[in-house]
Design a binder for this molecule. Sequence first.
Ligand code: PRT
Ligand code: ZN
Length: 294
Amino acid sequence: MTDRNLRLAIQKSGRLSEKCRELLSRAGMSFDFRTDRLITRAKEQPLELMLVRDDDIPGFVKNQVSQVGIVGLNVLEEKLGRTSECEVDIVRRLGFGYCRLALALPKSIPFEGLHTYNGKRIATSYPNMLQRFLKDNDLQATIVEITGSVEVAPLSGIADAICDLVSTGATLESNGLRETTTLLESEAVLIRPRGQLSQSQEEMIARLLARIDGVQKAKNARYIMMNAPKDAIYRISQLIPGMEKPTVMPLMYDEGKVAIHAVAKEEVFWETIEKLKEAGASSILVLPIEKIIE
Ligand code: PRT
Ligand code: ZN
């Protein structure tokens, strides 16, 4: 690897890998994922992809084994400490992989405030974050570090409570646990080392970010087209969510109507479409947008 190449680390297989691959492909970077190799090269770009366990990504980016990485904020803060203090920068929040690190108790134990955790044994795969939380809140508890199936720890008797990732809450529910306290709200983030990289690597990161921004902006945006009576143009343009300036065009053979085209920067819900109809719009088309470059 030369300093003219950029290496991006993503999770090889797991909850973030599919979304990472999708994001890269929408950003125009294609890789051969059939390979079992640790590193795969982008087609026609000086970009290498490292396919690794998510736990290794913060360290790889910190030590510049890779210059960019996508990882859950939870893993980043567990491995390198609080983001304000660690040696990598979060350059984008990516809007997927949402979850939270939370404390939970068996439903049989009443929760009477954080002090309920005093003297308890808490099972977790996030010992560093839990340790910091206990210290910050002046709590004395024993951390029982386990790597998988944390939620069964109270049932099996090795702990009294847990500190684990929660998404829908279904796993806690099915194990008779009640979530009491959030330690961290997490999502997938794009990280890079804090220090300066080579000029070509900096340029490649800037290009990567611009492409990711283009994809992210387009995600909820829709191109909306409709016909409308001339006297309803103002009312209709007020109804289109997150819209800037609409294009208004005359319709052939219909003096009283115009065609309105606009980019809605937010999702267009059925309620909006119903209101547009009530305001006189007809032939409404809502189309997805692939990229927005401003
Ligand atoms: O093999 P590798 O080390 O790379 O993967 P991993 O097994 O450590 O991680 P993986 O693939 O399970 O998760 C990767 C990342 O996805 C996590 O670090 C989080 O940032 C994010 N993420 C988002 C989640 C969840 N949602 C999630 N629900 N990670 C784990 N869970 C688990 C949680 O641990 C619990 O067991 O799902 C269960 C709870 O889900 P609910 O929906 O029942 O609440
Ligand atoms: Zn992991």
